[in-house]
Design a protein around this ligand. Structure first.
Ligand code: GLV
Length: 345
């Protein structure tokens, strides 16, 4: 047994900087267990503020909009853990953290179903022109009660769904497709477990086949070097003219310039995007001028229940770590070799 100085001396609460007020369920635990300072504004703290605050803390609680890199680590001699409230952590230089013995955690699992629901909301909205229809009514364009060719979309039922990235979220999206009698194709470097493949009647194909044969291509990969601009001009040109692209993973997985060209020139029927190469996306992003594009401001995991649970997971990761235990959602297990818990406490 090693001695945990934070447990032994209750006065010495670890110091935590939290880059935004999290939902109460997580904040309550963080405030009780740590000496916490929270950035008070709705928008993110500037990088200089994060650097300044990092100087004196044991832990940082971050969101996906905070860039946490060598510059931050250089300024933070006491930093031991970065606890991120998101499943994705491409905003954190994890390699650099590991080298320096800094633990990094995320919040996987709890947001899977909520995010899959939203991929479906996007898919249905773009296929059946829900947002356009809403605008049509509100702007007084609905002047004829019913017309055989008013706002025609595409059928979802019986169509082919191509899932790029069949991890937790991709699989949850595929599972929902069964209720729509869809044919499921998927691409992933790792195959689905055979029993899931069988249950979903999902077929693993190469990426080109997936883009060629799908009526809906839904993206569920993390942003890493290999997935940057994975959806590029070449892939978009393979798609059917009647097909749709759905992305609620990370914006830079799709080359937006190529996507604009594809939509404008009619290589594909439409796109639904919850994520962008730059967030917030600038108002002059030409994609925003296209009627066959549905957009949302990166809200796929934004349900009351899920965001509360994510915040609670952040707190649980911190509490476990400062009790000298391996945090449940450690994303860089190699750090255990660089700086074992027994050497930290
Ligand atoms: C949201 O995009 C997340 O990674 O949790």
């Amino acid at each position: 047994m090693f001695c945990n100085r934070y447990l032994v001396n209750w006065m010495a609460k670890p110091k935590v900087y939290v880059t935004r007020e999290l939902p109460e369920r997580g904040m309550k635990i963080i405030r009780e267990r740590f000496e916490a300072e929270v950035w008070p504004e709705y928008g993110p703290p500037p990088k200089e503020t994060i650097i300044e605050k990092a100087r004196d803390v044991d832990a940082l609680v971050t969101l996906l909009s905070d860039k946490i890199d060598a510059e931050v680590f250089d300024a933070a001699p006491k930093l031991k853990i970065v606890a991120q409230m998101a499943v994705g952590f491409d905003n954190i230089d994890v390699g650099e953290a590991t080298k320096r013995g800094i633990y990094v955690t995320n919040t996987p699992g709890v947001l899977t179903e909520t995010t899959a629901d939203f991929a479906w909301a996007l898919l249905m909205a773009v296929a059946r022109r829900v947002v356009e229809a809403d605008r049509y009514v509100r702007t007084g364009q609905w002047k004829v009660s019913w017309h055989p060719s008013m706002l025609l979309g595409r059928d979802v039922y019986d169509a082919t769904l191509g899932i790029v990235g069949a991890g937790r979220i991709g699989t949850a999206v595929a599972r929902r497709a069964k209720g729509f009698n869809m044919k499921i194709l998927y691409y992933d470097v790792v195959p689905m477990p055979p029993e899931i493949e069988k249950e979903l009647d999902a077929k693993r194909v190469d990426l080109d086949t997936l883009f060629k044969e799908s009526d809906f291509v839904s993206i569920h990969v993390p942003l890493i070097k290999e997935t940057y601009h994975l959806v590029n001009e070449e892939k978009l040109r393979l798609m059917k003219k009647t097909a749709y692209l759905i992305n609620n993973s990370r914006g830079p997985v799709v080359d937006e310039k190529a996507l604009y060209k594809a939509l404008k020139e009619g290589w594909i029927a439409g796109a639904a995007l919850d994520v962008f190469e730059q967030e917030p996306t600038p108002m002059d992003n030409p994609l925003l001028r296209l009627d066959n594009v549905v957009v949302a401001p990166h809200i796929s995991s934004a349900s009351h229940e899920t965001r509360s649970r994510m915040a609670e997971m952040v707190a649980e990761n911190l509490v476990a770590f400062f009790e000298g235990k391996q945090p449940p959602n450690l994303v860089n297990p190699d750090v255990l070799k660089v700086r074992p818990l027994s050497r930290l406490f």
